[in-house]
Design a protein around this ligand. Structure first.
Ligand code: AMP
Ligand code: FES
Ligand code: ZN
Ligand code: ZN
Length: 305
């Protein structure tokens, strides 16, 4: 068996397109598909300053590596969320540091516990009726945006991959979350100079592919799942979708691309409805960031603990 494009031994078989690829051609393909997504969705170009949010996982570290390799102006940001169970945050940080040293790339760090007095583990002790992942999601998004603005970046990139996007889409469709469906896109444009443009350049790259990319590029990453996400719905949905993919190769990609086409066609109609459902945005009375309520989600979390 040979690589589709040369005589080297294949390291991977990409089933949907029935491609056997050697190491070099696989790496090249991941880079090409990412470049195409960046262009197709007008994510950024060489004039932009891109902050890549890195968690210590395979997706975000690979993304930082790849964007840097492609010559974009990038820098990483790691948020130490203070998840103390199984020393998850500290372990993730170790991988971020290793990456930074190995590839000579400085990475900003933000320590939630040091800055706000409480980490996710502390917060959850006070808020038993809340899901850790929702609290953590609000905190992460807020901090990423805040640091990016402070450091003069104009684009915020995350490592969300095809499997992340497809499982989120599946969940949004199962419960017909119109508002969320409207906002699920590889690019969210900047809002009111306060919410930076957000992009997901790996939206067409599967989880297996980012893992192999990281491995072949010598990127070590945290393999443990976050202790709070063990029974999270996304993992359940990912398992279901993996079974669908096993049965019909390419299903995930078609599901996602089909959705994006439909979203584009109906976007304007839905947008009107979205503001009707959600109401207009106001400014948070504490921090001034856009919010649908009087006080934004982030400030509410820290107000109560
Ligand atoms: P997750 O929400 O854990 O699926 O992560 C999605 C993306 O959010 C990752 O690919 C990263 O880009 C970003 N991210 C997650 N956790 C962190 C963190 N602790 N610090 C910075 N970025 C993060
Ligand atoms: Fe935030 Fe798991 S990474 S709760
Ligand atoms: Zn080859
Ligand atoms: Zn606020």
């Amino acid at each position: 068996m040979k690589c589709k494009f040369c005589s080297d031994k294949p390291v991977v078989h990409l089933k949907p397109s029935n491609l056997y690829l050697c190491e070099n051609h696989f790496l090249e393909r991941v880079e090409e598909v990412t470049k195409r997504a960046i262009k197709k969705f007008n994510m950024f170009d060489n004039k932009d300053r891109i902050l890549v949010a890195v968690s210590g996982g395979k997706d975000s570290l690979s993304l930082l590596y790849l964007l840097n390799k492609l010559g974009y102006y990038t820098r990483g940001l790691y948020i130490n969320l203070g998840i103390e169970e199984r020393e998850y945050s500290d372990e993730s940080f170790e991988y971020v540091k290793k990456f930074s040293e190995k590839f000579h790339m400085d990475i900003y760090t933000y320590n939630l516990k040091e800055e706000k007095g409480k980490g996710i583990t502390d917060i959850m002790k006070h808020r038993k009726n809340y899901k850790a992942c929702s609290v953590c999601g609000i905190v992460k998004r807020y901090i990423m945006n805040k640091i990016a603005l402070e450091k003069n970046f104009n684009v915020l990139a995350t490592g969300h991959n095809l499997d992340d996007e497809v499982s989120r889409l599946f969940g949004n469709i199962v419960f017909w979350q119109e508002g969320y469906l409207l906002h699920q896109n590889p690019v969210l444009e900047e809002e009111k100079n306060k919410l930076l443009k957000k992009v997901k350049p790996f939206c067409f790259i599967s989880e297996k592919q980012t893992a192999l990319y990281a491995y072949l590029r010598g990127i070590e990453y945290v393999r443990n799942e976050c202790p709070y996400s063990i029974d999270a719905k996304t993992i359940f949905y990912k398992n279901i979708l993996n079974r669908v993919e096993e049965n019909s190769s390419g299903a995930k990609l078609r599901f996602y691309k089909g959705f994006l086409d439909i979203q584009k066609k109906y976007f304007k109609k839905v947008h009107k409805k979205y503001t009707e459902i959600m109401g207009e945005e106001k400014e948070c009375k504490i921090c001034g960031m856009p919010t649908l309520k009087e006080i934004c989600g982030f400030c509410r979390i820290f107000e109560r603990v």
